[in-house]
Design a protein around this ligand. Sequence first.
Ligand code: GDP
Length: 139
Amino acid sequence: MERTLSIIKPDGVGKNIIGEVIKRFETNGIKIAAMKMIHLSKSQAQGFYAVHKERPFFDSLTDFMTSGPIVVMVLEGEDVIAKNRTLMGATNFKEAEEGTIRREYATDIEKNVVHGSDAPETAAFEIGYFFNELELHSR
Ligand code: GDP
């Protein structure tokens, strides 16, 4: 059993597709082990995306991530890191597979609706950034 962090970004929350995203997880056998809605401060967004701090889009990305509330979730299931990445689609929605979340709902390489951890180490850091052990519910 594996865990990953999923975020519905401010554009996804703004588009009123929280349920649509969650439905895709649940219909694909993924369980939600934790969930909450939060509004990140700039420094919280910078901390979350610290690996990208040298990238030219870091300031813009962290501004976007603080532009409205987000939904953070811990997803659980077999091979869930890769499964979630498949359901999300490529970072650039123009290159994302037909039927993926980003292909259907993203409008921009930055405003791409969802985040998902890309490896077990990043998943552990990202889950710990938002949740403590008492908030995680394996089912
Ligand atoms: P992800 O793992 O698919 O989310 O992609 P990355 O880890 O490479 O990038 C993190 C996030 O930064 C992406 O989801 C986008 O929101 C944003 N991003 C990535 N590449 C670019 C870019 O070239 N320009 C801008 N403005 N944002 C980007």
